[in-house]
Structure formats: structure tokens, C-alpha cells
Ligand binder design. Structure first.
Ligand code: HEC
Ligand SMILES: [Cu+2]
Length: 312
């Protein structure tokens, strides 16, 4: 891609809609600019010094009705723009349930990517064309931002939290990936390439990658190594909730409220178990803050998620 291209190619479903919004705003602002500029010139000419035009008080309808009219008009225009942009943003929020889930870990100064089958890559992301892809992202150190101009997508990636983003790529090719949040001396070099492939090619590509255990597999090992299994395994003597089928369920808490067991809840349960205690259990689970790092959290959460899928 030419680095000087002002309008990068549109390679995702969202990109087309964002471009329409952008073009719409451009046309509208242009029209307002012309209108205001035109009026400015016209009035400037009409009321120039020495011209013979009426300069007295305005007729009544100009003072009231026109004033109300344009105030209401611009208000509705602004509301319409708000509605347009926010529905687009909201639609971009929720990924379809069948989306391919890929994990991204950002750190100074690289993007580490893990695919469902266990394939991993650094500063590169291979995705199938036409399929919904959901990125679950977290950072190891400071705030980064995952930015793919060709997809018109940008999402901050924060330490201590999972952020998500989804897209459906519409054309094959290589597209630049940038970090869009200043994250240290090598920030400008923190980038990579998103490669969109035909679904068959993606399957073939994923199959020949050096196969390691996937995140969930590593999470299972950690689950035992950290002693989680000692309380949560079916055979455990301790009274602790079973984690099978937990992911996505609504969990009743001891304080009477309910919470959706998403990735964020799982990570909070591991780091701050006292914050949201499950109804019917004693708050005996120790905090794993400082014991597990971001990469381990990703593994544990992926493992618990995989338990959910098995039960469904
Ligand atoms: C000492 C026993 C013990 C250990 C060790 C332990 N837990 Fe727990 N865990 C509990 C109990 C009891 C609860 C329910 C009360 C609560 O929410 O704090 C719980 C709650 C949870 C929940 C929320 C469950 C729900 O139904 O909403 C998750 C997730 C969880 N633990 C994961 C883990 C992971 C991962 C580890 C290991 C890193 C771990 N636990 C280690 C006892 C334990
Ligand atoms: Cu960065």
C-alpha cells in the first residue's frame, strides 16, 4: 500500500459503512461551509459601506420564526448525526456468536497472536475472508491500541482488562497493523501485517503452523499447577463452584445481584475473588493477584471458556 494514500482500501464490512458515514459528514460540512460562506459574502456585499439598503429593525417573522426554525433544524440535524454514528458504533460492538475467537497479547513492542487450533504468530495476523473474527485482547505492560486502517477499526488494549473487537474481512490481501497509542521508545515500530486469506487457504495455513498446545490446553495445566483444581475439581473436598458451563451463564452473587460470566468476570474472579462472591459459597478463594501474569490469565480464562463449550 502506498504510504501516502489518504483513503486506504476498505477491506472489511464495517469499513464500507464507516466510509459512508465519513463521506456523509464531509458532504454535510461542505454544504454548511458553502452556505455560511455564501451568506457572509452576500451580506458583506449587500451591506457594504455606503450601499443604499434598509438598515432599520428587522420585520417580526425574521426575528422570531426564522430564529426558532434554524435552531430546531440544526438540533435535529445534530441528533440525526448522533443517531447515525452511534448505531454504527453499537452494531460494531457485539460479535456474532459463531465468530472465530483469536487472542491477542500486546507488549512492548510486539503483538502476540494465538489462534484457536494452537497456531501462534508475532506481529502478524492471518484471518479467513468472509468470516466473523473476534479478537480478545489484553496488554502485558502499558496501554496499546490495535489499529487496522483498512478495516477502519481501532481498539485500545489495556493491561488488567480484556477488550474485544470484531470484524469480517471482505477482500484478501495484506493490510498494515499499527499500535495507535504511544507506548514507549519503540512505539513507532510496533506494528505488523494482517493477512486476509480465502477460508480454505486459512485452514491450510493454520494446519501447517508449528502446533503447540492451545491457550485452553496451557490453561488446564496451570489450573492444576496453581491449585485451582484442588478446590474446583469435582473430586475436591472443598465446597467450591464447578466451572463447567459457567462461561456465558448468569451467576447469582451473595449480595443478591446477578452477573454475566464473561471473560471480564472470570478474570475478576481470579484476581479479586472477594469482590463478587458466588451465592451459597464461603469467600475462601485466595486472590491470585501478583501470582499470575496477563499471559497466564489469558490461559486460565481460555480454559474455563473451553469448559463452557464442552458442556453446551
Ligand atoms: C481454596 C479453594 C479455592 C482455590 C485454590 C481456587 N478457588 Fe476459585 N473459588 C473458590 C470458591 C469457594 C468460590 C466461590 C466463592 C467466590 O466467588 O469467591 C470460587 C469462585 C471461583 C470462580 C467464580 C465461579 C462462579 O461460579 O462464578 C472462578 C472463575 C474461580 N473460582 C476460578 C479459580 C481459578 C482459575 C483458580 C486458580 C487460579 C481458583 N479459582 C482457585 C475456591 C477456590
Ligand atoms: Cu504499543
Amino acid at each position: 500500500m502506498n504510504p501516502l494514500t489518504l483513503w486506504p482500501v476498505a477491506a472489511s464490512e464495517q469499513a464500507a459503512r464507516i466510509d459512508t458515514l465519513f463521506a456523509g459528514l464531509l458532504v454535510l460540512s461542505g454544504a454548511i461551509l458553502l452556505l455560511v460562506g455564501g451568506l457572509l459574502l452576500a451580506f458583506g456585499a449587500r451591506y457594504r459601506r455606503g450601499s443604499h439598503v434598509r438598515r432599520g429593525e428587522l420585520p417580526g417573522f425574521l426575528r422570531r420564526d426564522v430564529e426558532i426554525g434554524w435552531t430546531a433544524g440544526t438540533l435535529f440535524l445534530a441528533l440525526f448525526l448522533f443517531w447515525w454514528a452511534s448505531t454504527l458504533a453499537l452494531r460494531g460492538n457485539a460479535a456474532p456468536p459463531d465468530a472465530l475467537e483469536i487472542h491477542v497479547l500486546a507488549k512492548q513492542w510486539m503483538w502476540k497472536v494465538r489462534h484457536p487450533g494452537g497456531a501462534r504468530e508475532i506481529d502478524a495476523l492471518h484471518v479467513p475472508r468472509g468470516e466473523a473474527v473476534r479478537l480478545v485482547m489484553t496488554a502485558q505492560d502499558v496501554i496499546h491500541s490495535f489499529y487496522v486502517p483498512a478495516f477502519r477499526l481501532k481498539q485500545d488494549v489495556l493491561p488488567g482488562r480484556f477488550t474485544e473487537m470484531w470484524f469480517r474481512a471482505t477482500r484478501t490481501g495484506d493490510y498494515r497493523l499499527f499500535c495507535a497509542e504511544f507506548c514507549g521508545t519503540q512505539h513507532s515500530h510496533m506494528g505488523g501485517m494482517v493477512t486476509v486469506m480465502e477460508p480454505e487457504d486459512y485452514t491450510r495455513w493454520a494446519a501447517v503452523q508449528p502446533r503447540e498446545q492451545d491457550l485452553a490446553g496451557e490453561g488446564a495445566a496451570l489450573f492444576t499447577a496453581l491449585g485451582c483444581a484442588g478446590c474446583h475439581a469435582p473430586s475436591a473436598a472443598v465446597h467450591a463452584p464447578r466451572l463447567e458451563g459457567l462461561y456465558g451463564r448468569s451467576v447469582p452473587l451473595a449480595d443478591g445481584s446477578r452477573v454475566q460470566a464473561d471473560a471480564a468476570y472470570l478474570r475478576d474472579s481470579i484476581l479479586q475473588p472477594k469482590r463478587a462472591v458466588v451465592a451459597g459459597y464461603e469467600p475462601i478463594m485466595p486472590s491470585f493477584e501478583g501470582v499470575v501474569d496477563e499471559a497466564d490469565l489469558q490461559r486460565l480464562v481460555a480454559y474455563i471458556q473451553s469448559l463452557g463449550e464442552a458442556a453446551r
